[in-house]
Design a protein around this ligand. Structure first.
Ligand SMILES: *[C@@H]1O[C@H](CO)[C@@H](O)[C@H](O)[C@H]1NC(C)=O
Ligand SMILES: *[C@@H]1O[C@H](CO)[C@@H](O)[C@H](O)[C@H]1NC(C)=O
Ligand SMILES: *[C@@H]1O[C@H](CO)[C@@H](O)[C@H](O)[C@H]1NC(C)=O
Ligand SMILES: *[C@@H]1O[C@H](CO)[C@@H](O)[C@H](O)[C@H]1NC(C)=O
Ligand SMILES: *[C@@H]1O[C@H](CO)[C@@H](O)[C@H](O)[C@H]1NC(C)=O
Ligand SMILES: *[C@@H]1O[C@H](CO)[C@@H](O)[C@H](O)[C@H]1NC(C)=O
Ligand SMILES: *[C@@H]1O[C@H](CO)[C@@H](O)[C@H](O)[C@H]1NC(C)=O
Ligand SMILES: *[C@@H]1O[C@H](CO)[C@@H](O)[C@H](O)[C@H]1NC(C)=O
Ligand SMILES: *[C@@H]1O[C@H](CO)[C@@H](O)[C@H](O)[C@H]1NC(C)=O
Ligand SMILES: *[C@@H]1O[C@H](CO)[C@@H](O)[C@H](O)[C@H]1NC(C)=O
Ligand SMILES: *[C@@H]1O[C@H](CO)[C@@H](O)[C@H](O)[C@H]1NC(C)=O
Ligand SMILES: *[C@@H]1O[C@H](CO)[C@@H](O)[C@H](O)[C@H]1NC(C)=O
Ligand SMILES: [Cu+2]
Length: 555
């Protein structure tokens, strides 16, 4: 009886979701081996609850989410809720040794956070070693109750997770590379919801199949969970209408192909408006630098329910060429914030910190490596060294000797970043952070370099969304600022910096804590293309980090 009344009360109170914390979503993530997946190859993989891809976390904007992660495998573990702002709850962000110590074998930890001011598609993934290859899944955030999408509601929504599969154990792949100092092996196949489709490199020939009904509209929540590859995604004969990226609405536009970098999410509407039949879905890599990639195209099918399987042939589509730079640029340039009355683009107009970070590769001596040298990566010539205890804890409890806050805001030794490179490719190894006052504003120009080789880097910032105000080829110049879009730039959490070019972003440091920023190509993160911002508390408890939870993992 009492329970029933509480339930009624809860329902009534929930009619005013703005006033109260309405819902708590509970999830249990058992991290276990699955020894029998028999997907592209037969090998044991680390999974959440035995599933590959992992379970979808569903919530509504405003919900509190509690996820108990229990580590049943032999690896240290941590999970990142990619794109979740984590306002004042950095303890739940997840990157190992940045905001937490790992959850060790046999231990557990409850990630506790509230989804604030966001709705759309995000995702979660392991944030330690290369475990995210198989430990990942979608986060679907619906708008608050009664709030419609700012576009015609689709008839059905489908998560489409893109991944990369190695026949070998992924930890063996990165271990081998770390030992040799050279690049790791590329993957053997790409996957669409866990399946590569019929490819010669794989054991199974199964592909993901999406059944559709004529006349209906589908919203695909496309997520790039691949480790090292930016991907093109297209469907034969069907236009894709892009409506949201990284859980921020965009001005809808139609395209044949989307470009999606590791870490990014893209919601597209697809209308089943073609003749009944089967249509190929193709996922292939984008690489416009002389770097080897896994060039195996993954395929799936869109299958009209009225089509009889035995009597229809599949309408094919050719993937774009690997080096389709113009197509990639056109797609990136088409993205604009919705910037409506309800969803305004709050681009900082004044800038407190104007930063220039060079991003690229380097080479350091290594006596035990194959060439006597090791390929590394850096930001402003700093190859980030992971600390032994997490930075957030060191910041919160003022533990000295873990990091310094003298990360250079500009290159120490300026040069022609996209022209002739210096002879010396060496970098500095250090754990340096950049300090920001609460609510200060940042303009950050990410400048690609040509050291070793120029390459596209998808840069991800934790704790914030940023606005992509400009992008160009060659070196950033002061006059490029005149062309910045400060009206409706796309808002996101991961952005590609073009090969031999730059990207400028702006954000407001309105979230106290320690926030990781890194290349989302896992190989570059491993090599040291990472740093962190430390954002001080503002005034009073509402502008300060919450205390760490009682079960916070120890180092
Ligand atoms: C998978 O294999 C590992 C190592 O051999 C073993 O410890 C584990 O119990 C197996 N898991 C399952 C679910 O069979
Ligand atoms: C392992 O994965 C396969 C498919 O990939 C699934 O059928 C099976 O149930 C999973 N096993 C466990 C123990 O979860
Ligand atoms: C989650 O965190 C909030 C504070 O942000 C706290 O009030 C609540 O008790 C926590 N819940 C659990 C289960 O730890
Ligand atoms: C990487 O590729 C090389 C060459 O194909 C192969 O010999 C080696 O075993 C691979 N390494 C792993 C860890 O799979
Ligand atoms: C893919 O790469 C392999 C190895 O570099 C090459 O032999 C093959 O021709 C490439 N295939 C395509 C379709 O480009
Ligand atoms: C892309 O690669 C193809 C095949 O290697 C080459 O013929 C073509 O010139 C390249 N296009 C560009 C724009 O670099
Ligand atoms: C490093 O060694 C590899 C394999 O032996 C070789 O292909 C490559 O050219 C070498 N790179 C440098 C920079 O010496
Ligand atoms: C930088 O190098 C590029 C490519 O060689 C060249 O076009 C450009 O003029 C150089 N810029 C400066 C400032 O020297
Ligand atoms: C990077 O730092 C190393 C080590 O101090 C130095 O030798 C090198 O010249 C620096 N390079 C740049 C581009 O600043
Ligand atoms: C942050 O700064 C902006 C602009 O200076 C100001 O309007 C806003 O009130 C500040 N927010 C907080 C929480 O201090
Ligand atoms: C902190 O935020 C809460 C909830 O938004 C509000 O009720 C309270 O007045 C704020 N406290 C201060 C000191 O601003
Ligand atoms: C796991 O993490 C703990 C705490 O940082 C560390 O002491 C231990 O060496 C790690 N274990 C492995 C296998 O890396
Ligand atoms: Cu990179």
């Amino acid at each position: 009886m009492a329970v029933a009344w509480i339930r009624v009360l809860f329902m009534v109170v929930c009619l005013f979701p703005v006033l109260v914390q309405c819902r708590i979503r509970h999830y249990k993530f058992n991290v276990v081996m699955n020894n029998t997946t028999k997907l592209c190859s037969s090998k044991p993989i680390v999974t959440v609850n035995g599933l590959f891809p992992g379970p979808t976390v569903s919530a509504r904007e405003g919900d509190r989410v509690l996820i108990k992660v229990v580590n049943h495998v032999k690896y240290n573990l941590s999970i990142h809720w990619h794109g979740i702002r984590q306002i004042r709850t950095g303890w739940a962000d997840g990157p190992a040794y940045i905001t937490q110590c790992p959850i060790q074998p046999g231990q557990s930890y409850v990630y506790n956070f509230t989804v604030t001011g966001q709705r759309g598609t995000l995702w979660w993934h392991a944030h330690i070693l290369w475990l995210r290859a198989t430990v990942h899944g979608a986060i679907v955030i619906l708008p608050k109750p009664g709030v419609p999408y700012p576009f015609p509601a689709p008839d059905k929504e489908v998560v489409v997770l893109l991944g990369e599969w190695w026949k070998s154990d992924v930890e063996a792949v990165i271990k081998e590379a770390t030992k040799s100092g050279l690049a790791p092996n590329v993957s053997d196949a790409h996957t669409i919801n866990g399946h590569p489709g019929p490819v010669s490199t794989c054991l199974t020939q199964r592909g993901f199949n999406l059944p559709v009904d004529t006349g209906k509209t589908y919203m695909l929540r496309v997520i790039n969970a691949a480790l090292n590859e930016e991907l093109f995604f297209k469907i034969a004969n069907h236009k894709l209408t892009v409506v949201e990226v990284d859980a921020a609405y965009v001005k809808p536009f139609k395209t044949d192909t989307i470009l999606i970098a590791p870490g990014q999410t893209t919601n597209v509407l697809v209308k089943a408006n073609q003749e009944s039949g089967k249509y190929l879905v193709a996922v292939s890599p984008f690489m416009d630098a002389p770097i080897s990639v896994d060039n195996v195209t993954a395929t799936a099918t869109l299958h009209y329910s009225t089509a009889v399987p035995s009597s229809v042939t599949t309408t094919l589509t050719a993937p774009p060429p690997q080096n389709a730079t113009a197509l990639a640029t056109k797609f990136s340039d088409s993205l604009r914030s919705l910037n409506s009355k309800k969803y305004p683009a709050q681009v900082p107009s004044e800038v407190d910190h104007s930063l220039l970070f060079t991003i690229g590769l380097g080479v350091n001596p290594c006596a035990t490596c194959v060439n006597g040298s090791r390929v590394v990566a850096d930001i402003n010539n700093v190859t980030f060294v992971m600390p032994k205890i997490n930075l957030l804890q060191a910041h919160y409890f003022k533990i000295s000797g873990v990091f310094t806050d003298d990360f250079p805001g500009k290159p120490i030794m300026p040069y022609n970043y996209t022209g002739t490179q210096p002879k010396n490719f060496a970098t500095v190894k250090a754990t340096k952070l950049y300090r920001l006052a609460y609510n200060s504003t940042v303009e950050l120009v990410l400048q690609g370099t040509g050291m070793v080789v120029p390459e596209n880097h998808p840069i991800h910032l934790h704790g914030f969304n940023f606005f992509v105000v400009g992008r160009g080829v060659g070196n950033f110049k002061k006059k490029d600022r005149k062309k910045f879009n400060l009206v409706d730039p796309v808002e996101r959490n991961t952005v590609g910096v073009p090969s031999g070019g730059w990207t400028a972003i702006r954000f407001r440091a309105d979230n106290p804590g320690v926030w990781f920023m890194h290349c989302h190509l896992e190989v570059h993160t491993t090599w040291g293309l990472k740093m962190a911002f430390v954002v001080d508390n503002g005034e009073g408890p509402n502008e300060s980090i919450l205390p760490p939870p009682p079960d916070f993992p120890k180092c």
